[in-house]
Structures are given as C-alpha cells and as structure tokens.
Design a protein around this ligand. Structure first.
Ligand SMILES: [Zn+2]
Length: 87
C-alpha cells in the first residue's frame, strides 16, 4: 500500500462528503436549491447531484460533441475535394 495514494484517496473522500454528503446542505455548490425535484441521486445512491447543474453539464458536453463532429465532417469533405483535385 502506498501511503501517498492513501492520503489522496482520503482527501477525495473529504471533498465528496463536503460537497454532497452533508444532508444539511440546502444548495448545490453552484447555488441551486436542493429540492426533491432538483436532486438527482447517483447510481450508488450515496451522493446526490443538482439536476440543473447536471443538465447544464450534459448540454455543454453535447454541444462540444456536435462541434467536434462538424469539424470532422468538414475535414473529411475537404479531404475528398483535395483527392479529386478540386481545391
Ligand atoms: Zn447545481
């Protein structure tokens, strides 16, 4: 067992409990209120997450994926044009 690794793990446990584990917390780290409608429980059922932030994060992720996809399409299209000697 690596003592340094153990210490890091403990620190992360601490961060997690400070962020999600505290049942007295009424607002998420971004300031949205923890209401029954706004709480999303993780798969393990131990940590909760604010739905607003989860939704915003998913949206950002999808937008980034869309951007990457468009870039790849444009590059692929350009390669075809180059191959045909049109550009
Ligand atoms: Zn939130």
């Amino acid at each position: 067992m690596n003592p340094a690794h153990l210490e890091i793990t403990n620190q992360w446990d601490h961060v997690d409990s400070a962020t999600f584990g505290n049942k007295d917390k009424t607002h998420c780290p971004h300031g949205y209120e923890y209401t029954p409608e706004n709480i999303s429980w993780n798969k393990n059922g131990k940590s909760r997450e604010c739905r607003t932030c989860k939704y915003a994060r998913n949206l950002r992720y999808q937008q980034r994926r869309k951007q990457v996809f468009r870039q790849e399409c444009e590059e692929g299209f350009r390669r075809i044009l180059e191959k045909r000697g049109w550009i």
